[in-house]
Design a protein around this ligand. Sequence first.
Ligand SMILES: *Cc1c(COP(=O)(O)O)cnc(C)c1O
Length: 239
Amino acid sequence: MNKISDNLQAVQARIAAALQACGRPAGAVSLLAVAKTWPAADVQTAWNAGQRAFGENYVQEGVTKITALAGLPIEWHFIGPLQGNKTRLVAEHFSWVQGLDRLKMAERLAVQRPPHLPPLNVCLQVNVSGEASKGGVAPDEVLPLAQAVARLPRLRLRGLMTIPEPSEDEALLRQRFRQVRELRDHLEAAGLPLDTLSMGMSHDFELAITEGATLVRVGTAIFGARVPQGVRQAQNDCR
Ligand SMILES: *Cc1c(COP(=O)(O)O)cnc(C)c1O
């Protein structure tokens, strides 16, 4: 047993306990392992322990790992902010994009998704905390964006994703997650079938599960604490 597989088991146990505590069926939540900053070897270790879906935030770093692990049928999710000059790499290498918040980017992905691949699964990122610095579409703009994205070829609108502001206030976090679930219900009532609510990270995924998350994105609790970029660079220089 290594640390990553122990951690995966512990996270799966926490997910199961959270589901049981709120009366949701076992298996109602899937786990996305967020591997940003960690090498392909760690992804391989998690794969060997049974983990199948992985998230990346940085396009180039993600593509490097996807290429290194091309022999494994991993489900790769791009969960970082999307830049216009990177959409082609994302459309060519990933099977999901979770941070979509502009029609322009969706249109680019639709054009750039290679015809031999299945449609690209997309989640719209919703900004429920109102932080100006954060990506995501405002709640009252989600429906028109969702309707426009749903009409695009080569994309499959799967649901909503959110990253609330960092907070120790559990009631506040639950309120944010609940708002996204209610938005999802609203979109479904408007005729958009959505099966994914991507919310919850290492420190708050139990709260998100209580509020209806179907996909939790967990990095630190699986791979350990990330080293800040500057420090990582210095360590690399020492080798
Ligand atoms: C880094 C990241 C995560 C994982 O965060 P942890 O706190 O390490 O679990 C989840 N979602 C997004 C969008 C991220 O950028």
